[in-house]
Design a protein around this ligand. Sequence first.
Ligand code: ZN
Length: 319
Amino acid sequence: MGFGNVESSSLMSDFLRQSGGYAVIDGGLATELERHGADLNDPLWSAKCLISSPHLIKRVHLDYLEAGADILITASYQATIQGFEAKGLSTEESETLLKKSVEIACEARDIYYDRCTECSCDGMGNERILRQRPILVAASVGSYGVYLADGSEYSGNYGDAVTLETLKDFHSRRVQVLSESGADLIAFETVPNKLEAQAYAELLEEADIKIPAWFSFNSKDGVNVVSGDSLLECASIADSCKKVVAVGINCTTPRFIRGLILSIQKQSTGVSDEDFVSYISKWLDTGASLIGGCCRTTPNTIRAIKKALFHRSAALSLP
Ligand SMILES: [Zn+2]
């Protein structure tokens, strides 16, 4: 993920400076929740755990922090007011669950900082990384297609009936609630088409959202976003919104990432952790500053990324 619009928000530039130039985002949530025994067989997917097992979400967040993640992404990717209401919850209860997703991540961060204080080790090179460092909580927002749960998040095809207004109406209250929940930023993830990018950008401006955001697109062909819309056009929508502090790629095979970052800079498929890490230097050389995992990545992936970044920093600081 590259970052831009530094002048609009110092959050990301300050954070990256304090983090030594690049930072690690956490990895997959759903597979980790399942590994810990959560049942995700539900249209709400991992958001179901906000109701049934918030302690598991907190545990996975903590695992990622101890693996070296500098940014936690909340369990709100599938959490929508409309989705919760379809489960029989009231609007108020639904909004409480959205806030809860951020609170759980913030609690995990607090617990982590306490553990860092208690631990007298150097915090690097061990199985668990316990080191005081800036940690951001990013409130995840999945696309309209995630709510539809019909695969359209991976096709970007919502049909002609869905307009810019449909998408703005759908996301408006959710984005507002998440922006007032204590999160440091909003992560619009797996944005599948230009229309939804436009809807997010307009919402950020019109609703006077007080925290910055990043946009992360997904691609099947390494050139365009999944709908076939030009990544360059999508990225320029994100880039022209003053609230956007980073633009990137997620849920895309690592071998495409370098080319995609390059094309953004101009204006999973089950890989092993070693394979994943082998791409990192290229992404950094291309100008990426935020790197993390998506579907099926684990704390081990994040630990490997953290190590690779640590060794790179150490190599760069040699005389
Ligand atoms: Zn993914």
